[in-house]
Design a protein around this ligand. Sequence first.
Ligand code: CMC
Length: 436
Amino acid sequence: MPQDKVAINLESLGRAAEFSLLDGSQGVPAIDIGSLYKQLGVFTYDPGFMSTASCKSAITYIDGENGILLYRGYPIEQLAKQSSFLEVAYLLMNGELPGDDELLAFTDEINHHAMLHEALRSFFDGFHYDAHPMAMMVGVMGSLSAFYHSELNMEDPEHRRISAMRMLAKVPTIAAACYRHSVGWPFVYPRVDLGYCENFMNMMFSLPSQKFIGKDHYIDPVAVKALNILFILHADHEQNASTSTVRLASSTGANPYACVAAGISALWGPAHGGANEAVLSMLSEIGSVDRIPEFIAKAKDKNDPFRLMGFGHRVYKNFDPRATLIRETCHEVLEKYSDNDEPLFELALALEQYALKDEYFIEKKLYPNVDFYSGIIYKALKIPEEMFTVMFVIARTAGWVSHWLEMMAEPSHRIGRPRQIYTGYEKRDYIPTEER
Ligand code: CMC
Protein backbone atom coordinates (compact mmCIF):
# COMPACT_ATOMS: atom_id res chain seq x y z
CA MET A 1 0.00 0.00 0.00
CA PRO A 2 1.44 3.43 -0.91
CA GLN A 3 2.42 5.38 2.19
CA ASP A 4 1.22 8.95 2.63
CA LYS A 5 3.93 11.59 2.52
CA VAL A 6 3.82 15.07 3.97
CA ALA A 7 5.38 17.62 1.65
CA ILE A 8 6.80 20.84 3.05
CA ASN A 9 7.67 23.58 0.59
CA LEU A 10 9.49 26.62 1.96
CA GLU A 11 9.09 28.76 -1.13
CA SER A 12 10.84 31.87 0.17
CA LEU A 13 13.90 29.79 1.12
CA GLY A 14 13.73 27.69 -2.05
CA ARG A 15 13.73 24.43 -0.09
CA ALA A 16 11.32 21.49 -0.23
CA ALA A 17 11.25 17.99 1.24
CA GLU A 18 8.90 15.10 1.89
CA PHE A 19 8.39 13.33 5.19
CA SER A 20 6.88 9.91 5.92
CA LEU A 21 4.03 9.13 8.24
CA LEU A 22 4.75 6.75 11.10
CA ASP A 23 1.92 4.48 12.24
CA GLY A 24 1.71 2.73 15.60
CA SER A 25 -0.39 -0.39 16.16
CA GLN A 26 -3.32 1.98 16.83
CA GLY A 27 -3.83 5.67 17.45
CA VAL A 28 -2.87 8.91 15.74
CA PRO A 29 -0.10 8.67 13.10
CA ALA A 30 2.91 10.97 13.40
CA ILE A 31 5.00 12.80 10.79
CA ASP A 32 8.60 11.63 11.04
CA ILE A 33 10.45 14.95 11.13
CA GLY A 34 13.78 13.62 12.46
CA SER A 35 15.57 14.89 9.34
CA LEU A 36 13.66 18.19 9.08
CA TYR A 37 16.54 20.40 10.19
CA LYS A 38 19.03 18.52 8.02
CA GLN A 39 16.81 18.77 4.94
CA LEU A 40 15.17 22.17 5.36
CA GLY A 41 17.23 24.02 7.99
CA VAL A 42 14.20 24.74 10.22
CA PHE A 43 12.90 23.48 13.56
CA THR A 44 9.33 22.72 14.67
CA TYR A 45 7.77 24.76 17.49
CA ASP A 46 5.39 22.99 19.88
CA PRO A 47 5.40 24.35 23.44
CA GLY A 48 3.61 21.98 25.83
CA PHE A 49 4.09 19.17 23.26
CA MET A 50 0.52 19.56 22.04
CA SER A 51 1.28 17.69 18.78
CA THR A 52 4.60 15.98 19.40
CA ALA A 53 5.24 12.26 19.99
CA SER A 54 8.54 12.01 21.89
CA CYS A 55 9.13 8.27 21.56
CA LYS A 56 7.73 4.91 20.46
CA SER A 57 6.31 2.88 23.34
CA ALA A 58 4.40 -0.40 23.68
CA ILE A 59 3.34 0.09 27.31
CA THR A 60 0.18 2.20 27.53
CA TYR A 61 -2.38 3.33 24.98
CA ILE A 62 -4.77 6.22 25.55
CA ASP A 63 -7.60 7.31 23.26
CA GLY A 64 -8.58 10.55 24.94
CA GLU A 65 -11.57 11.26 22.69
CA ASN A 66 -13.20 7.95 23.54
CA GLY A 67 -12.03 7.58 27.14
CA ILE A 68 -9.95 4.45 26.48
CA LEU A 69 -6.92 3.47 28.59
CA LEU A 70 -5.08 0.19 27.95
CA TYR A 71 -2.04 -1.20 29.79
CA ARG A 72 -0.20 -3.55 27.41
CA GLY A 73 -3.53 -3.91 25.56
CA TYR A 74 -5.66 -4.73 28.63
CA PRO A 75 -8.53 -2.29 29.39
CA ILE A 76 -8.10 -0.41 32.65
CA GLU A 77 -11.65 -1.39 33.68
CA GLN A 78 -10.78 -5.12 33.57
CA LEU A 79 -7.49 -4.66 35.39
CA ALA A 80 -9.04 -2.48 38.11
CA LYS A 81 -11.80 -5.01 38.76
CA GLN A 82 -9.85 -8.28 38.40
CA SER A 83 -6.16 -7.70 38.93
CA SER A 84 -3.84 -6.59 41.74
CA PHE A 85 -1.35 -3.74 41.75
CA LEU A 86 1.70 -6.03 41.78
CA GLU A 87 0.31 -8.08 38.91
CA VAL A 88 -0.25 -4.84 36.96
CA ALA A 89 3.29 -3.67 37.80
CA TYR A 90 4.60 -7.01 36.45
CA LEU A 91 2.50 -6.54 33.30
CA LEU A 92 3.77 -3.00 32.72
CA MET A 93 7.40 -3.96 33.26
CA ASN A 94 7.39 -7.27 31.38
CA GLY A 95 4.72 -6.87 28.71
CA GLU A 96 2.61 -9.94 29.62
CA LEU A 97 0.49 -11.03 32.56
CA PRO A 98 2.42 -13.37 34.88
CA GLY A 99 1.63 -17.04 35.45
CA ASP A 100 1.15 -18.16 39.08
CA ASP A 101 4.82 -19.04 39.56
CA GLU A 102 6.01 -15.84 37.92
CA LEU A 103 3.78 -13.70 40.13
CA LEU A 104 4.93 -15.58 43.22
CA ALA A 105 8.59 -15.07 42.31
CA PHE A 106 7.95 -11.38 41.52
CA THR A 107 6.16 -10.88 44.86
CA ASP A 108 8.97 -12.66 46.75
CA GLU A 109 11.54 -10.44 45.11
CA ILE A 110 9.56 -7.29 45.95
CA ASN A 111 9.35 -8.47 49.58
CA HIS A 112 13.07 -9.17 49.57
CA HIS A 113 13.93 -5.63 48.41
CA ALA A 114 11.30 -3.78 50.48
CA MET A 115 13.59 -2.96 53.41
CA LEU A 116 15.72 0.18 53.41
CA HIS A 117 19.45 0.11 54.09
CA GLU A 118 19.84 1.03 57.76
CA ALA A 119 22.18 3.89 56.77
CA LEU A 120 19.29 5.41 54.84
CA ARG A 121 17.23 5.83 58.00
CA SER A 122 19.58 8.54 59.21
CA PHE A 123 18.85 10.59 56.05
CA PHE A 124 15.41 11.31 57.49
CA ASP A 125 16.95 12.94 60.58
CA GLY A 126 18.23 15.71 58.32
CA PHE A 127 14.67 16.76 57.47
CA HIS A 128 12.79 19.18 59.68
CA TYR A 129 9.73 17.61 61.30
CA ASP A 130 7.38 19.67 59.11
CA ALA A 131 9.14 19.00 55.79
CA HIS A 132 6.66 18.21 53.03
CA PRO A 133 6.68 14.41 52.45
CA MET A 134 7.19 15.01 48.73
CA ALA A 135 10.40 16.93 49.51
CA MET A 136 11.56 13.91 51.53
CA MET A 137 10.50 11.52 48.75
CA VAL A 138 12.61 13.39 46.17
CA GLY A 139 15.60 13.45 48.51
CA VAL A 140 15.42 9.88 49.76
CA MET A 141 14.69 8.30 46.37
CA GLY A 142 17.57 10.30 44.88
CA SER A 143 19.84 9.22 47.73
CA LEU A 144 19.41 5.56 46.72
CA SER A 145 21.87 6.57 43.96
CA ALA A 146 24.54 6.44 46.67
CA PHE A 147 23.91 2.71 47.26
CA TYR A 148 24.00 -0.41 45.04
CA HIS A 149 27.06 0.58 42.95
CA SER A 150 27.76 -3.04 42.17
CA GLU A 151 24.58 -3.35 40.11
CA LEU A 152 24.69 -0.18 38.07
CA ASN A 153 26.02 -1.33 34.73
CA MET A 154 23.14 -0.01 32.64
CA GLU A 155 24.27 -2.07 29.63
CA ASP A 156 23.38 -5.17 31.67
CA PRO A 157 19.63 -6.03 31.45
CA GLU A 158 19.81 -7.87 34.80
CA HIS A 159 21.26 -4.81 36.54
CA ARG A 160 18.50 -2.69 35.04
CA ARG A 161 15.84 -5.15 36.17
CA ILE A 162 17.16 -5.26 39.75
CA SER A 163 17.33 -1.45 39.91
CA ALA A 164 13.70 -1.24 38.75
CA MET A 165 12.61 -3.90 41.28
CA ARG A 166 14.40 -2.07 44.09
CA MET A 167 12.56 1.17 43.35
CA LEU A 168 9.16 -0.53 43.14
CA ALA A 169 9.83 -2.50 46.34
CA LYS A 170 11.20 0.37 48.42
CA VAL A 171 8.87 3.16 47.41
CA PRO A 172 6.05 2.26 49.91
CA THR A 173 8.64 1.84 52.69
CA ILE A 174 10.12 5.29 51.92
CA ALA A 175 6.65 6.83 51.64
CA ALA A 176 5.52 5.48 55.01
CA ALA A 177 8.82 6.55 56.60
CA CYS A 178 8.26 10.12 55.30
CA TYR A 179 4.87 10.19 57.04
CA ARG A 180 6.16 8.70 60.28
CA HIS A 181 9.05 11.15 60.39
CA SER A 182 6.54 14.00 60.11
CA VAL A 183 4.53 12.71 63.10
CA GLY A 184 7.56 11.55 65.09
CA TRP A 185 6.61 7.88 65.11
CA PRO A 186 9.16 5.05 64.88
CA PHE A 187 9.64 3.57 61.42
CA VAL A 188 7.99 0.20 60.78
CA TYR A 189 9.78 -2.54 58.86
CA PRO A 190 7.98 -4.18 55.90
CA ARG A 191 6.48 -7.62 56.55
CA VAL A 192 6.67 -10.53 54.11
CA ASP A 193 3.31 -11.93 55.25
CA LEU A 194 1.42 -8.86 53.98
CA GLY A 195 0.48 -7.84 50.43
CA TYR A 196 1.87 -4.65 48.85
CA CYS A 197 -1.06 -2.39 49.87
CA GLU A 198 -1.54 -4.07 53.27
CA ASN A 199 2.13 -3.62 54.00
CA PHE A 200 1.94 0.06 53.17
CA MET A 201 -1.05 0.57 55.50
CA ASN A 202 0.77 -1.35 58.23
CA MET A 203 3.95 0.70 57.80
CA MET A 204 1.87 3.89 57.89
CA PHE A 205 -0.39 3.27 60.86
CA SER A 206 0.73 0.42 63.09
CA LEU A 207 2.00 1.45 66.50
CA PRO A 208 4.36 -0.61 68.61
CA SER A 209 1.96 -0.18 71.52
CA GLN A 210 -1.36 -1.05 69.89
CA LYS A 211 -2.58 -3.23 67.08
CA PHE A 212 -5.74 -1.30 66.30
CA ILE A 213 -6.48 2.37 65.88
CA GLY A 214 -10.05 2.90 67.06
CA LYS A 215 -12.54 1.05 64.89
CA ASP A 216 -10.47 1.42 61.74
CA HIS A 217 -8.14 -1.49 61.49
CA TYR A 218 -5.27 -0.15 59.40
CA ILE A 219 -5.31 -3.13 57.10
CA ASP A 220 -9.06 -3.21 56.67
CA PRO A 221 -10.07 -5.07 53.44
CA VAL A 222 -12.18 -2.15 52.13
CA ALA A 223 -9.21 0.19 52.52
CA VAL A 224 -6.82 -2.31 50.95
CA LYS A 225 -9.18 -2.90 47.99
CA ALA A 226 -9.52 0.85 47.45
CA LEU A 227 -5.75 1.36 47.55
CA ASN A 228 -5.23 -1.51 45.16
CA ILE A 229 -7.64 0.06 42.64
CA LEU A 230 -6.17 3.54 43.07
CA PHE A 231 -2.64 2.24 42.57
CA ILE A 232 -3.72 0.33 39.43
CA LEU A 233 -5.43 3.43 38.00
CA HIS A 234 -2.39 5.60 38.69
CA ALA A 235 0.25 3.07 37.65
CA ASP A 236 0.90 4.49 34.19
CA HIS A 237 -0.35 7.13 31.80
CA GLU A 238 2.06 7.02 28.85
CA GLN A 239 4.16 10.15 28.16
CA ASN A 240 2.82 12.42 30.93
CA ALA A 241 5.03 15.17 32.37
CA SER A 242 6.71 13.06 35.08
CA THR A 243 7.29 10.02 32.84
CA SER A 244 8.71 12.27 30.14
CA THR A 245 10.96 13.78 32.81
CA VAL A 246 12.20 10.32 33.81
CA ARG A 247 12.84 9.49 30.15
CA LEU A 248 14.65 12.78 29.46
CA ALA A 249 16.84 12.49 32.56
CA SER A 250 17.56 8.82 31.77
CA SER A 251 18.50 9.66 28.18
CA THR A 252 21.74 11.14 29.54
CA GLY A 253 22.65 7.80 31.11
CA ALA A 254 22.14 9.20 34.62
CA ASN A 255 21.68 6.97 37.66
CA PRO A 256 18.13 5.50 37.55
CA TYR A 257 17.33 6.42 41.17
CA ALA A 258 18.19 10.05 40.40
CA CYS A 259 16.02 9.90 37.26
CA VAL A 260 13.01 8.62 39.22
CA ALA A 261 13.65 11.35 41.82
CA ALA A 262 13.38 13.84 38.92
CA GLY A 263 10.05 12.22 38.00
CA ILE A 264 8.84 12.62 41.59
CA SER A 265 9.71 16.34 41.42
CA ALA A 266 7.72 16.74 38.20
CA LEU A 267 4.75 14.89 39.67
CA TRP A 268 4.60 17.25 42.65
CA GLY A 269 3.11 20.17 40.70
CA PRO A 270 -0.63 20.93 41.10
CA ALA A 271 -1.18 20.63 37.34
CA HIS A 272 -0.04 16.97 37.59
CA GLY A 273 0.09 14.72 40.69
CA GLY A 274 -0.36 17.55 43.15
CA ALA A 275 -3.95 17.96 41.95
CA ASN A 276 -5.49 15.54 44.48
CA GLU A 277 -4.08 17.55 47.38
CA ALA A 278 -5.22 20.75 45.63
CA VAL A 279 -8.77 19.32 45.26
CA LEU A 280 -9.06 18.91 49.03
CA SER A 281 -7.72 22.42 49.67
CA MET A 282 -10.21 23.76 47.13
CA LEU A 283 -13.15 21.89 48.72
CA SER A 284 -12.18 23.27 52.14
CA GLU A 285 -11.97 26.75 50.66
CA ILE A 286 -15.41 26.42 49.04
CA GLY A 287 -16.73 25.11 52.36
CA SER A 288 -20.42 24.68 51.53
CA VAL A 289 -22.70 23.85 48.60
CA ASP A 290 -24.21 27.38 48.47
CA ARG A 291 -20.79 28.85 47.65
CA ILE A 292 -20.28 26.67 44.55
CA PRO A 293 -21.64 29.25 42.02
CA GLU A 294 -19.18 31.84 43.33
CA PHE A 295 -16.22 29.49 42.74
CA ILE A 296 -17.51 28.31 39.36
CA ALA A 297 -17.64 32.00 38.33
CA LYS A 298 -14.05 32.45 39.54
CA ALA A 299 -12.93 29.41 37.51
CA LYS A 300 -14.54 30.91 34.37
CA ASP A 301 -13.12 34.40 34.89
CA LYS A 302 -10.11 34.84 32.59
CA ASN A 303 -8.69 37.51 34.95
CA ASP A 304 -8.76 35.14 37.91
CA PRO A 305 -6.03 32.46 38.07
CA PHE A 306 -8.35 30.11 40.02
CA ARG A 307 -9.09 26.79 38.28
CA LEU A 308 -11.37 24.01 39.40
CA MET A 309 -8.86 21.45 40.64
CA GLY A 310 -9.63 17.91 39.53
CA PHE A 311 -11.28 19.08 36.30
CA GLY A 312 -9.89 18.92 32.78
CA HIS A 313 -7.18 16.82 31.24
CA ARG A 314 -4.66 17.30 28.47
CA VAL A 315 -5.62 13.99 26.87
CA TYR A 316 -9.16 13.04 27.96
CA LYS A 317 -11.65 15.33 26.30
CA ASN A 318 -14.89 13.45 27.02
CA PHE A 319 -14.38 11.56 30.22
CA ASP A 320 -11.52 10.09 32.19
CA PRO A 321 -12.19 6.31 32.44
CA ARG A 322 -10.20 6.26 35.69
CA ALA A 323 -12.58 8.83 37.20
CA THR A 324 -15.59 6.59 36.42
CA LEU A 325 -13.97 3.63 38.21
CA ILE A 326 -12.75 5.62 41.15
CA ARG A 327 -16.14 7.22 41.68
CA GLU A 328 -17.58 3.74 42.44
CA THR A 329 -14.72 3.02 44.86
CA CYS A 330 -15.29 6.37 46.52
CA HIS A 331 -18.90 5.36 47.29
CA GLU A 332 -17.78 2.00 48.75
CA VAL A 333 -15.17 3.60 50.96
CA LEU A 334 -17.51 6.31 52.23
CA GLU A 335 -20.18 3.74 53.00
CA LYS A 336 -17.71 1.98 55.29
CA TYR A 337 -16.21 5.13 56.78
CA SER A 338 -19.44 7.11 56.56
CA ASP A 339 -18.89 9.29 59.61
CA ASN A 340 -15.58 10.58 58.29
CA ASP A 341 -16.08 13.08 55.51
CA GLU A 342 -19.54 12.75 54.06
CA PRO A 343 -20.15 16.53 53.91
CA LEU A 344 -16.98 16.84 51.89
CA PHE A 345 -18.09 14.09 49.53
CA GLU A 346 -21.51 15.69 49.16
CA LEU A 347 -19.85 18.99 48.37
CA ALA A 348 -17.62 17.25 45.81
CA LEU A 349 -20.64 15.59 44.16
CA ALA A 350 -22.59 18.85 44.09
CA LEU A 351 -19.60 20.60 42.51
CA GLU A 352 -19.25 17.82 39.97
CA GLN A 353 -22.95 18.05 39.02
CA TYR A 354 -22.85 21.83 38.82
CA ALA A 355 -19.76 21.89 36.59
CA LEU A 356 -21.10 19.11 34.33
CA LYS A 357 -24.16 21.24 33.55
CA ASP A 358 -22.28 24.49 33.08
CA GLU A 359 -21.92 25.76 29.48
CA TYR A 360 -18.25 26.78 29.97
CA PHE A 361 -17.22 23.33 31.22
CA ILE A 362 -19.30 21.54 28.55
CA GLU A 363 -17.92 23.66 25.73
CA LYS A 364 -14.29 23.22 26.85
CA LYS A 365 -14.85 19.51 27.59
CA LEU A 366 -13.71 19.84 31.20
CA TYR A 367 -14.74 16.67 33.03
CA PRO A 368 -13.73 15.46 36.50
CA ASN A 369 -10.41 13.64 36.30
CA VAL A 370 -9.06 10.79 38.45
CA ASP A 371 -7.74 13.14 41.10
CA PHE A 372 -11.09 14.70 41.75
CA TYR A 373 -12.05 11.55 43.68
CA SER A 374 -8.73 10.08 44.79
CA GLY A 375 -8.14 12.75 47.44
CA ILE A 376 -11.56 12.12 48.98
CA ILE A 377 -10.85 8.39 49.24
CA TYR A 378 -7.43 9.01 50.79
CA LYS A 379 -8.94 11.41 53.28
CA ALA A 380 -11.55 8.81 54.27
CA LEU A 381 -8.69 6.33 54.80
CA LYS A 382 -7.09 8.86 57.18
CA ILE A 383 -4.15 9.46 54.91
CA PRO A 384 -3.07 13.05 55.54
CA GLU A 385 -3.42 15.55 52.69
CA GLU A 386 0.33 16.15 52.32
CA MET A 387 0.66 12.41 51.59
CA PHE A 388 -1.79 12.37 48.66
CA THR A 389 0.82 13.05 45.99
CA VAL A 390 3.13 10.58 47.71
CA MET A 391 0.42 7.93 47.16
CA PHE A 392 0.54 8.82 43.47
CA VAL A 393 4.33 8.38 43.55
CA ILE A 394 4.00 4.83 44.91
CA ALA A 395 1.70 3.83 42.05
CA ARG A 396 3.46 5.75 39.27
CA THR A 397 6.84 4.25 40.15
CA ALA A 398 5.57 1.12 38.33
CA GLY A 399 5.07 3.22 35.18
CA TRP A 400 8.31 5.17 35.50
CA VAL A 401 10.48 2.08 35.86
CA SER A 402 8.64 0.35 32.99
CA HIS A 403 9.31 3.31 30.66
CA TRP A 404 12.90 3.46 31.86
CA LEU A 405 13.39 -0.26 31.17
CA GLU A 406 11.78 0.11 27.74
CA MET A 407 13.94 3.08 26.80
CA MET A 408 17.20 1.64 28.08
CA ALA A 409 16.59 -1.59 26.12
CA GLU A 410 16.38 0.34 22.81
CA PRO A 411 19.77 0.09 21.12
CA SER A 412 19.21 3.41 19.31
CA HIS A 413 18.18 5.58 22.27
CA ARG A 414 19.93 8.94 22.32
CA ILE A 415 20.09 11.97 24.56
CA GLY A 416 16.90 14.08 24.52
CA ARG A 417 17.82 17.61 23.54
CA PRO A 418 14.99 19.95 22.40
CA ARG A 419 15.68 23.04 20.29
CA GLN A 420 14.42 26.56 20.95
CA ILE A 421 13.37 29.74 19.24
CA TYR A 422 15.72 32.35 20.64
CA THR A 423 14.00 35.65 21.49
CA GLY A 424 16.83 37.45 23.34
CA TYR A 425 19.33 40.13 22.31
CA GLU A 426 21.54 39.79 19.29
CA LYS A 427 25.30 39.92 19.95
CA ARG A 428 26.32 43.02 21.93
CA ASP A 429 29.47 44.21 23.67
CA TYR A 430 30.14 44.02 27.39
CA ILE A 431 29.95 47.42 29.16
CA PRO A 432 32.14 47.95 32.26
CA THR A 433 30.14 48.75 35.45
CA GLU A 434 31.27 52.41 35.60
CA GLU A 435 29.95 53.05 32.08
CA ARG A 436 26.48 51.49 32.58
N1 CMC B 1 -10.88 25.05 35.53
C1 CMC B 1 -11.25 26.08 34.74
N2 CMC B 1 -10.86 26.21 33.45
C2 CMC B 1 -10.05 25.27 32.95
C3 CMC B 1 -9.63 24.17 33.71
C4 CMC B 1 -10.07 24.07 35.04
N3 CMC B 1 -9.69 23.05 35.81
N4 CMC B 1 -8.82 23.38 32.96
C5 CMC B 1 -8.75 23.97 31.76
N5 CMC B 1 -9.49 25.11 31.75
C6 CMC B 1 -9.70 26.01 30.58
C7 CMC B 1 -8.47 26.86 30.33
O1 CMC B 1 -8.52 28.09 30.99
C8 CMC B 1 -8.50 27.00 28.83
O2 CMC B 1 -9.43 28.03 28.51
P1 CMC B 1 -9.22 28.93 27.17
O3 CMC B 1 -9.38 27.98 26.03
O4 CMC B 1 -10.32 29.92 27.27
O5 CMC B 1 -7.84 29.51 27.27
C9 CMC B 1 -9.10 25.67 28.33
O6 CMC B 1 -9.88 25.17 29.44
C10 CMC B 1 -8.06 24.63 27.95
O7 CMC B 1 -7.19 24.48 29.05
P2 CMC B 1 -5.63 24.23 28.91
O8 CMC B 1 -4.94 24.74 30.11
O9 CMC B 1 -5.17 24.72 27.57
O10 CMC B 1 -5.61 22.67 28.91
P3 CMC B 1 -4.33 21.81 29.13
O11 CMC B 1 -4.54 20.56 28.35
O12 CMC B 1 -3.11 22.59 28.85
O13 CMC B 1 -4.34 21.53 30.71
C11 CMC B 1 -4.79 20.56 32.82
C12 CMC B 1 -4.79 20.35 31.30
C13 CMC B 1 -5.06 19.21 33.49
C14 CMC B 1 -3.39 21.04 33.27
C15 CMC B 1 -5.86 21.60 33.20
O14 CMC B 1 -7.13 21.16 32.78
C16 CMC B 1 -5.87 21.93 34.70
O15 CMC B 1 -5.09 22.80 35.13
N6 CMC B 1 -6.74 21.22 35.50
C17 CMC B 1 -6.74 21.39 36.94
C18 CMC B 1 -5.59 20.62 37.54
C19 CMC B 1 -5.83 19.13 37.56
O16 CMC B 1 -6.89 18.66 37.93
N7 CMC B 1 -4.78 18.38 37.17
C20 CMC B 1 -4.79 16.92 37.26
C21 CMC B 1 -4.74 16.26 35.94
S1 CMC B 1 -5.13 14.51 36.10
C22 CMC B 1 -3.76 13.82 36.85
C23 CMC B 1 -2.67 13.52 35.89
O17 CMC B 1 -2.89 12.72 34.97
O18 CMC B 1 -1.58 14.06 36.13
